[in-house]
Design a protein around this ligand. Structure first.
Ligand code: ADP
Ligand code: ZN
Length: 689
């Protein structure tokens, strides 16, 4: 069958001018287009807004015939189809939002070869016979938008996308162009494998943003909302987006900020009208700050966002990158600030344990199920399993094909081997958390770390000159101070220890120099980062296998400059000032107001929590908690401090947790304590408002 849409004889740049009306290619676009035109499969990873669409649209026009475009978001599909139609191209689309007759017309047009672009939603491929119908007239190019959705390692896996791999064999030999704004090397490999892109070309570009000043700062949980308010008090730091981890926090933070400037919360729990209004008012500039959960930002194209703040450690570097990417679209320098503390790690551990039940739990379900089909509720009852654990485990089993659940909730045993894929997914999730933690730890230019994360190999890895690693003096969320004598001595000791070896794990080095924890591990790591910042040391991520598990660690080694340090060398090294968070106001006035005069000794003893005096309500809660702890100790036969120590108690008073999630953010409370005592503690905290 010949195509009615003939290939064009014009050159790609003619098509670029004439059909698309652009003066020239953006960087990277031309190479991608040439590969696709020549019939090669292409995996294209470039950030949102960088011009990916042209990279399948132009080759489609040049090659002639029909391009099949698979896109999971109806809104995006509608938008692209409308733009192409406006350029005078023949476009049709098929998705669930359209009536039957229109869809049938689209199929007819497609089969008659009269279309240049046919957009479909991936779930269409589930309709029996649909892929076969498309196969009757082979497309000349297949574009797969949001291609990370095909990978279960991607952060937005869609099971329907898995159907693609199978359908493609009916549609080949057209080249496949897979496009996404977010794919780590692991996800890239998975996409290529799923789509059988054997000899495909990969283009991974454009992740370096040269106008984002990235900062990461340790701030204890109870201080974060207030700290946001102070950071954004300067007008030029707004408009701003703040990402908060929970709906509740989004609301409380927004309420706090609203006292100073127009601010609102945005999350999936608000009704559509409210969300739409918030979005509109933020775009128009009436609202200056939006405090959002991850639900915010899709399709938000506000160019002048000056600051993006995260008030908790994000779940993955991919998600984090996308969110900070909303700052400074207009090209002007903008700031991103990530607040975290050690407690964030525990929150992630808690969510991990909740969301990824152990293999044994899944095994129990499958064993109990046997060969029969059984209603889910009945199965749970028989297993006597906690409802939440059961539903999570069942969800995972279903996702990996271990069980099949029908619409009525009847469960039957699945066909597929689910154990290995599930174990891999668990490992992957843990790696994501690890990577995020390592990003927060720092030790390299922040922007370079992000660029490397996405596998942008052509990037030279230069220091960005803006982040808190490259330009600590410019930081707005933290004050850097010179090292004290003890810290300088430690640097010399590190140099002596590293000189004879080719790098060492930071944990081992810490143990060697401080066998009795005379300097805490965190403090020591920060000192090593200071050495890296000064150009004396460098880090490398490494891993080893233990009991079949991969354990990641950091190796530190001396640079040439580090090798040359002598006891007479004047070190010009700086550490973030631990007491800084309580003096953010001073900093918001500008560089002149930096306080560096606090003595090191004062800093040592001044853990942020210990500096604040209790309010009368807090003192009251403190008393109640002590009484409760004593009671509990008597009941259980434990000494009181084993339930929790005074420092933790103080943390609870300041945090005043209402939910287990809040409680887990308190230093000294792990999942076990939370599940054992959490309810009583939260109850005490909520009565003493
Ligand atoms: P992405 O899909 O990567 O998010 P788009 O393809 O939507 O980005 O492109 C973003 C914007 O850039 C669009 O408005 C598009 O018209 C414009 N654009 C793309 N390529 C060019 C070009 N070569 N010259 C000028 N503008 C371009
Ligand atoms: Zn940098």
């Amino acid at each position: 069958m010949t195509s009615l849409v003939e290939p064009v004889s014009a050159s790609p740049s003619d098509v670029l001018h004439r059909t698309f009306g652009f003066a020239g290619f953006r960087s990277n676009q031309e190479a991608v287009c040439m590969a696709a035109i020549s019939g090669r499969d292409v995996l294209l990873v470039m950030p949102t807004g960088s011009g990916k669409s042209l990279c399948y649209q132009l080759p489609a026009v040049v090659r002639g015939g029909t391009a099949l475009v698979i896109s999971p978001l109806i809104a995006l599909m509608e938008d692209q189809a409308a733009k192409l139609a406006a350029l005078g191209l023949r476009v049709a689309r098929i998705h669930s939002g359209m009536d039957r007759e229109t869809s049938r017309d689209a199929c007819r047009e497609y089969l008659a070869g009269r279309l240049q672009f046919l957009f479909i939603a991936p779930e269409r491929l589930r309709v029996p016979g649909f892929a076969e119908m498309l196969g009757k007239r082979k497309p000349n190019l297949i574009a797969i938008d949001e291609a990370h959705c095909i990978s279960q390692w991607g952060h937005d896996f869609r099971p329907d996308y898995r159907l693609l791999g199978r359908s493609l064999s009916l549609l080949r030999p057209a080249p496949v162009i897979a496009l996404t704004a977010t794919a780590t090397p692991v996800v890239q490999n998975d996409i290529a494998e799923q789509l059988e892109m054997k000899s495909g070309a990969r283009f991974i570009h454009g992740f370096r943003r040269d106008n984002l000043a990235i900062e990461v700062v340790e701030v204890s949980k109870p201080r974060r909302a207030q700290f946001c308010a102070e950071l954004l008090s300067l007008k030029e730091r707004r408009p701003a987006i703040i990402y908060a981890p929970t709906r509740k926090e989004a609301e409380t933070t927004a309420a706090e900020l609203a006292e100073s400037y127009p601010s609102a919360a945005y999350h999936a729990g608000l009704d559509a009208q409210v969300r739409e209004r918030v979005q509109r008012e933020f775009l128009s500039g009436r609202l200056e700050v939006v405090v959002a959960t991850i639900a915010f930002g899709m399709g938000i194209d506000k160019a002048d966002v000056r600051t993006v703040i995260h008030t908790a450690l994000p779940a993955s570097v991919e998600g984090y990158y996308q969110e900070i990417g909303r700052a400074g679209r207009d090209g002007l320098t903008s700031r991103t600030i990530l607040m975290h503390s050690f407690a964030d790690r525990r929150t992630h551990d808690f969510f991990y344990q909740r969301d990824y039940p152990e293999l044994a739990v899944l095994d129990r379900i499958v064993r109990k199920l046997g060969r029969d089909a059984r209603p889910a509720d009945e199965l749970r009852f028989d297993l006597d399993m906690d409802a939440e654990v059961f539903s999570k485990a069942l969800e995972k089993l279903e996702a990996h094909g271990g069980v099949v659940i029908d619409f009525e909730g009847t469960v039957t045993k699945g066909e597929r081997a689910w154990r290995d894929p599930y174990a891999r997914q668990c490992q992957h999730r843990q790696t994501q958390i690890e990577k995020m933690l390592r990003f927060a730890e720092g030790g390299h230019c922040r922007m370079s770390m992000l660029v490397e994360h996405f596998g942008d190999d052509e990037d030279a890895g230069e220091r960005c000159g803006l982040c808190d690693f490259c330009a600590p003096a410019e930081a707005i969320a933290q004050v850097f101070r010179p090292l004290d004598h003890r810290e300088e001595d430690t640097v010399f000791a590190v140099v002596r220890a590293l000189r004879p070896v080719q790098g060492m794990s930071t944990g081992k080095l810490h143990k060697q120099l401080f066998p009795n924890e005379q300097m805490e591990r965190d403090e020591f790591e920060a000192l090593l980062v200071a050495m890296a910042r000064g150009g004396y040391a460098s880090f490398e991520d490494a891993e080893f296998e233990k009991d079949g598990r991969t354990i990641a660690y950091r190796k530190v080694s001396l640079t040439d400059a580090g090798e040359e340090i002598e006891s007479s060398t004047r070190l010009r090294l700086f550490l973030p000032d631990a007491g800084a968070e309580s003096s953010a106001k001073g900093r918001s006035r500008g560089k002149g107001a930096r306080s560096t005069e606090r003595t090191p000794a004062a800093k040592k003893s001044a853990a942020p929590a210990a500096e604040v005096a209790y309010s009368p309500q807090e003192a009251e809660l403190d008393k109640k908690l002590r009484a409760w702890r004593l009671d509990e100790a008597k009941k259980s036969g434990f000494p009181a401090f084993r339930i929790f120590g005074d420092k933790t108690l103080r943390g609870i008073v300041l945090e005043r947790p209402r939910t287990l999630e809040d409680l887990l953010r308190v230093d000294g409370i792990g999942p076990e304590k939370a599940s054992r005592f959490g309810e009583s503690i939260c109850a005490l905290c909520s009565v003493s408002e």
